[in-house]
Write a protein that binds this ligand. Structure first.
Ligand code: PAF
Length: 281
């Protein structure tokens, strides 16, 4: 595996792969890699002969009150995992390489950014889109893979790529779950054993909605009631939202259909977790 810490070295390595006629796949991450990230690498490999991964904990997408300082970091472990999964080039820039000065331009997300995660984390998606645009400009991949777990991020990235005519195809890969259903997330490492147990209420509430949908229920309020019933059994977790949204626009729906997204965000102790499921998938 090649590694690069600078934009210039990354561009040179990608250019060399292109000269060999290879398609370029890209997996942007913030590190602290788990099986979910590594499946994104597998997905990139299905589309591209040269797979680039970036690891950069992007300060622009964290509010001052959020967990930037304590966000889990494990560069050596991450490099070993990336190499073990066949990443060809690992780009691990420092903050000084990505943001040598205060940014003088940034990407403004479409109105969707004000809902769901954006309502709780103002400025978050402008920071995400700005770094994703910059990373896509550095790597210039044919395809880039994002996880379904961050469904709003994936939707906003797709919209940006279309609207700004960025020549990269966005691929969204399914969420990887632990055996008991918990969606994999770097933030799961914050959870105590008891919080980890309580966090299962998130996926269980989504599964209850999925099961109710499978039995034929289509009314959003009835489906949400099924989900809330599960959450009522775990009153120690604080729900930010439990919602049913259109799979394309993420606008709330009154009637669910195949492709509708059931979404949840909640705090378990000090840790904020998100999860979602596509109904009828
Ligand atoms: O999903 C993430 O890990 C981040 O938001 C991303 C896409 C790498 C941008 O910093």
């Amino acid at each position: 595996m090649l590694t690069a810490e600078t934009i210039a070295a990354t561009r040179a390595a990608v250019a060399a792969a292109r000269t060999e006629g290879k398609r370029i796949g890209f997996v942007p991450t913030m590190g602290s890699l788990h099986e979910g990230h590594l499946r994104l690498v597998d997905e990139a490999r299905r589309h591209a002969a040269f797979v680039v991964m970036s690891i950069f904990v992007n300060p622009l997408q964290f509010a001052p009150t959020e967990d930037l300082a304590r966000y889990p970091r494990d560069p050596d472990g991450d490099a070993a995992k990336a190499a073990g999964r066949g990443v060809d080039l690992l780009f691990m820039p420092g903050v000084g390489e990505m943001y040598p000065r205060e940014m003088r331009a940034e990407v403004i997300p479409c109105a969707l950014h004000r809902r769901w995660e954006g309502a709780v984390r103002p400025g978050h998606f402008a920071g995400v889109l700005t770094v994703v645009a910059k990373l896509l400009n550095i790597v210039q991949p044919d395809i880039a893979v994002f996880g379904q777990k961050d469904v709003q991020q994936a939707t906003l990235v797709r919209a940006m790529v279309e609207d700004l005519a960025i020549p990269t195809t966005i691929v969204v890969a399914p969420t990887t779950r632990e055996e008991d259903g918990l969606a994999m997330s770097s933030r799961n490492s914050y959870l105590s054993r008891d919080e980890r147990r309580r966090a299962l209420a998130l996926s269980r509430s989504l599964f209850a909605m999925r099961d109710s949908f499978a039995r034929g229920e289509r009314r959003a309020d009835a489906l949400l009631t099924a989900g809330r019933k599960v959450l009522d059994d775990e009153p120690t977790i604080a729900i930010d939202y439990l919602a049913l949204a259109d799979g394309m626009t993420l606008e709330p729906v009154e009637t669910a259909e195949k492709g509708t997204v059931a979404m949840i965000a909640a705090r378990v102790g000090k840790t904020r977790l998100i999860d979602n499921l596509i109904l009828g998938a």
